[in-house]
Design a protein. Sequence first.
Length: 163
Amino acid sequence: MNGLGIFTGLDMRNQTLEFMIANFGKAGTYYYWISRGVDNRPVRANRIRKSVGAENTFSTDLAEFDALFAELRPLVDKVWRHCEATGNRGRTVTLKIKFADFEIVTRSRSVSSAVANREDLADLAVSLLEDNMPLPKAVRLLGVSLSSLQGENDSEPQLDFGI
């Protein structure tokens, strides 16, 4: 797209449908309409969930590890409550950090088998936070998610890592 002078959604929206089809084939029609906010694909409300997460935006920016650590606890609790309620477990823990200038940093760690308990989830999330300290600037939002989900009836065994 860059070679055709398309760098932003506005650049795409300024092209004709014919131009988009000539350069992108069938996908050109999709790009043309999506850049105009038109998407006629049916909504699939009952999709299989791929991840579960929780995040919190702070009223004042946080910079100290202890304050961020304290804010992780309720996020981990919320994610784990959902896992308990649905019987889902996941293998990848992701930490999302958003700064006041809206820059976002995400860090994730995958383990070989599903995270088996709340403590392991918390330990992985805290470890990701520790690995990024000290942070270059104060934090406006913190989030935790669990992905690579599998249900309790899936075949892969769940192990307690004792992390």
